[in-house]
Design a protein around this ligand. Sequence first.
Ligand code: URA
Length: 238
Amino acid sequence: MERLQKIIAESGFCSRRKAEEYIKSGLVYVNGEKITELGTKASFGDYIEVDGESITREDKVYYLLNKPRGYVSTVSDELNRKKITDLIDTDKRIYPVGRLDYDTTGLIILTNDGELANILMHPSRGVEKTYVAKLNKAMTPKDQMILKSGVSVDGIKCIPTRVKVRDVDYNKDTCIVEISIVEGRNHIIKNVFLTLGYLVDKLTRVEYGFLKLDNMKSGEYRELSIKEVKKLYEYKNQ
Ligand code: URA
């Protein structure tokens, strides 16, 4: 017997957090009985329905995608824009682990494994993510120092784990910065630079933990190996 929200997440239907919302909103039935209590236990042998759909155990799949510009990284979009899930040829109900902005490119994981998604997105886990940002002007040495020591965004300090200023060209007024962070607030990189007075013209995520984008083309994807998935599960113990 497992907690109901865990079973729903393991089925690949949605994340554990989303499953909790379904339960609280009275949209979950176990053997015909409506369940609204979060601690309720059940098993895959029970007949479970979420929002009118029955839950069965689904094989887990894991993909690493090089997200192109102009795609949303959500499973639905009120503006009907292109979704990254459409780029992956699968009949499984996959969803992205975290988000990249519509105009951000680069490495993103998609899976139907709610447990792993939950582990990786948990704020305390500290998966390091590396981005390459092209700024609208050259960064001054003073701002580079401030960036390295941390910048407050909405009252919370974001301290990069690594900053490498590449190609700062004061004549052409261009600048490319490689920056690694562990936190996952929405638009955090753009907001960090905005706080210092810079706009991010281009943003690419090149690393997620030990995973690297390498030479994958835009829109290209691959399945993660069993070894890689096991290694991602190790973040559970961090
Ligand atoms: N930070 C941002 O500003 N945008 C992203 O897409 C990811 C991190």
